[in-house]
Design a protein around this ligand. Sequence first.
Ligand SMILES: Cc1ncc(COP(=O)(O)O)c(C=O)c1O
Length: 456
Amino acid sequence: MDAQPNSPEARDIRYHMHAYTDARRHQESGPLIIEKGDGIYVEDSAGNRYIEAMAGLWSVAVGFSEPRLVEAATRQMSKLPFYHNFTSKSHSPLIDLAEKLVTMAPVPMSKAFFTNSGSEANDTAVKMIWYRSNALGQPQRKKIISRNRGYHGVTVASASLTGLPNNQISFDLPIANILHTASPHHWRDARPGESEEQFATRLAEELDQLILAEGPETVAAFIGEPVMGAGGVVVPPAGYWEKIQAVLARYDILLVADEVICGFGRTGNMFGSQTFGIKPDIMVMSKQISSSYLPISALMINERVFEPLADESNRIGTFGHGFTGGGHPVAAAVALENLNLIEERDLVGNARRVGAHMQKRLRELASHELVGEVRGVGLIAAIELVGDKATKAPWGKPGALGGLVNGFLQQNGVITRNMADALAFCPPLIITEAQVDTMVDATRRSLDAAVVQVRG
Ligand SMILES: Cc1ncc(COP(=O)(O)O)c(C=O)c1O
């Protein structure tokens, strides 16, 4: 890119290695530098304003300029800027947040454990599950089943759970004891004529067969997002979670709900587990817990999980796991205030109401010649782009069309994210119907601009 030698763009290229970026290409294209945010909007260094249709990274529920979160952080920073929870130490924000989470939980939960990111939380879940099996005298029960297209993070264990090639190729992953089963994407993977129910039944049978082939006594847990996010916003087919849970119950296998995206309102209920009738033993939360104003994540565990962990830690003398920043007081104070705001402003109800409008408006795009499927629930959705509607084939290389439309959307003042050819929408929970209309209209213009290039 053509940047002045000491411009922020040039210094970004010189000094900064980006996450989830082609590092070589970045040297040519340079960064989009975001300077500030307000409400559902962000503004770049050239003064261009965008609707942040991804809420950052599926996370900024209350919008980009909430003073009450700033005040909560400032108050806590002045009072106790840091403390930890090792060796029985504690502090008020952490106690309050743990109580808040356990009382909000849609199924009986026992304890909250704090971490700093979704990945750390999922690595913690894996370690807790293994520790529990050892505590129960079942050292052979170590396998964890995840799903293709599932996203659970990037640390060593969580990237192993993730079912996307880019998180494993050249990283020498997955590690041992992680298995993958089919993703519940009816539009892409159902057989001709197979109904959603039939497809869900088949996936449950496949899971059953996998468990039997591996040996049920070796399988400890199953992990899934209520709605898959980074795998392309895959909404499970009718009956899916009920059938999957029936299989898990047959073999006494723990269920981990990764609520990192779905948690705190995204699907139109406080938790995705409520939307889909999921009864997890472990719930993993991050992102909207603090609207990502500060990094914090948590796991909730039920008595089935906590009791053996407590016994084993007692036998060994400690639960040898925890993070310096886990349950950081400033992050915990911000999370508490953020959860208060979500409740006070009925942002879950807003996700349901404005979400229904967003789903309806986006589905109007289903007849567009480049759109294969529109899917979603609440305030999360994706448009699957295709080169050929009849065969569902991509245009050129997978992801080429997604990148093209994503680029046009940015020019049209909307930041989205394309996961290959799935274009995702996951705006802040405060979005209004009028703002949704602006976003969808820009999407139609971007699709039309893409047609010119694709067919031209
Ligand atoms: C469902 C889910 N789990 C885990 C993670 C990992 O979270 P983090 O990026 O904070 O490590 C993500 C991130 O997008 C996610 O969407």
